[in-house]
Design a protein around this ligand. Sequence first.
Ligand code: BGC
Ligand code: BGC
Length: 578
Amino acid sequence: MSFDAPARDLLSRMTLAEKVGQMTQADHEFIKDPSDVERFMLGSVLNGGDSDPSSGNSMQSWRAMAEMYQGHAARTRLRIPLIYGIDAVHGNNNVIGAVVFPHNVGLGATRDVELVRRAAEVTAEETRAIGVNWAFAPCVCVPQDIRWGRTYEGFSEDPAVVSELGAAAVRGLQGSNLRDPLRVAASAKHFVGDGGTAVGSGIDKQLDQGDTRADSATLRRLFLFPYRAAVDAGVATIMPSYSSWNGVKVSGDRHLLTEVLKGELGFQGFLISDYRAVDQVHPDYKSAIAISINAGMDMVMVPDRYAEFITKLTELVNEGRVPMSRIDDAVARILRVKLAMGLLDPNYDFHADRALEARFGSREHRAVARQAVRESMVLLKNERGTLPLSKSSRRIHVAGRAANDIGMQAGGWTIFWQGKAGDITTGGTTILSAIKQAVGQGTQVSYSVDGSGAAGADAVVVVVGEAPYAEMRGDKLDLSLDAADRAAVSNARAAGVPVTVVVISGRPLLLGPVLDEASAIVAAWLPGTEGTGVADVLFGDYKPSGKLSYTWPRSMGQLPLRDGASEPLFPFGFGLTY
Ligand code: BGC
Ligand code: BGC
C-alpha cells in the first residue's frame, strides 16, 4: 500500500479531534467564520452547486477563496492541507469564463477515449487554476431509464462504454501521478446503482435518489463494472450514492462499501459521502452517522452542521459505538490520498500556479471542447442531402429558443446548480453566433424564436430542446418535445423550406410529428460553451461521427428501454454521416 507507512506515522501523532476533523467536509456556503477550518481542524472544504465566493464569481475570487481556506489549514497544529472539492463535471463549470465541455451524454456518443481523457485534463487544469485540487467527477452511472434527470451525467446506458470512458476521465483528471500540480484528485460517483432506480421510488415519487431493485448479479453486471475500471485507473476517491439497493441506503450499506468496494475491488482511496446523504441513512442523525461510518464511509460531506457532526461522531467513538479502528482506517485512507497528492511534502505550496490564469478559458482549451462537440453530434435523419448546409446560401433562417442561448446549450451544473437559460457565462459561442461566423460574406442569417420568417430562405435550422435542470428536479415522466418547440418546427416547415432540427437535450426526447416534418435531425445533447462545434457539423467541415450511447425511444410506453427493447426509434449505436 503506497504511503501506508507515513500515513500511519502521522495518524499515531493525531488526537481524536484531529482525526474527526479530517473526516469532515464543510461547504463554503455554510462556513460563517473561515477560522472554523482551524478550530475544527477540517480535512476538507467544498463548494456545492450554488456555493460561490462571497466576493463574486470570477476566476480570481474563486482562487482567493480557496487559498484563504488553505491558509487557515496551514495554521493548524499538524498543518495538514485541505483536499478541496468542486463539481468540475464538464469543465470547471461553476466558474464564469471556464470552458464548458459537453455533458457526459455527449461524450458517450463520441466513443473517443483519448478525447475524453484530454477533456478531463483541461478540466483539471482549469480547476487547479482556482486553487482547487479535487473534482467530484466522473459520474460513472449507467442510466437504465432516461426519465431519470441525471441521465446526461452518464456516458451511456451500456456499462462497457461507461467503464472505458469513465476510466479515461479518471486518467485525464488525475494524470499518471496524483502529485502532478496540473491535475486533481477524481471521484467516481455515485456508487452504486444510481442509474437503476425504479420509477416511483425516488424524490416526489419519481426516480432520483430512489431504490434500485436488482439481484446481486444484475447489480454487478450493470453498475459495478465501471468502478472496477475506475479503481484500476487509480481513482483516489469514490462517492457513495444517495440511492438504495433493495431498500437499503447505499451510504449505510457495509456489504457494498466495505466488503465489495474496499475488499473485493481493492479500493485503497477514501469514500466521500454525498451532500447530506448520511442524514438519510436513519431518522436519528447520530445513529445515521454511526451506521454510515461503520459501513465504511471515510469522509462526510456534511455540509452545513459540521460542528454538530463532529460532536456526534466524537461521542460515538467515546461511547464505543464507532470503533477507533474504523476511525483510524478512515483517516489513514484520507492521509494516504493527501500524501500521494504531495500535500504533505516539505516544500508544498497551496497557492495556485499563476501561469494557469492565462490558460483558463483559453482558445487552446476551447479548441479541445469544440472537437468534443463535433464528435458528439449524432445525425439521426438526413433526407435528400439536406445536410451539410451550404456556406454560400443567400439566406439561412435560424429559429428556436435554444438557438441563441449559452445556458440552454450548457445545461445543469453550469454556473448554477440547476443551470439557467440565458447569458450565464463569458467566452462561449451560441449556435446562432457560430452559424453567423461560419457562413461567407454573402450569406444572410436571420433569426426568430418561433420559426416565423423562414419563407424565402434557402435553409432553416430550428434548435429545440430541454431547459436546464439537474438532480432532484430533472426527472420527467413525459419526454415529449415542448409545445413551443414543436410549433417553431411547424412554422418553419410551413414556409416550404427544408428544415434541419438540432435537439439540445440531456437525453433522447420523443420527437412526435417533428420526426416527419424535419428533413434532417441532429442530436446535439448538451454541448456546452462551444457552439462552433455544432456549426462545424451542420456545414460539413466535420463529418458526423457520433453514435447513440442511449437507445432512442418511439414512445413513453417503451421505457425503460433495457437490453435492446424491441423497435426503438433509433437503436443504441445508431448514427448517420455524410
Ligand atoms: C450530488 C453530487 C455532487 C454533490 C456536491 C450532490 O447533491 O449528488 O453529484 O457532487 O451534491 O455538489
Ligand atoms: C447544492 C448542491 C447540492 C444540492 C443538494 C444545493 O444547494 O448547491 O451542490 O448537490 O443542494 O441538496
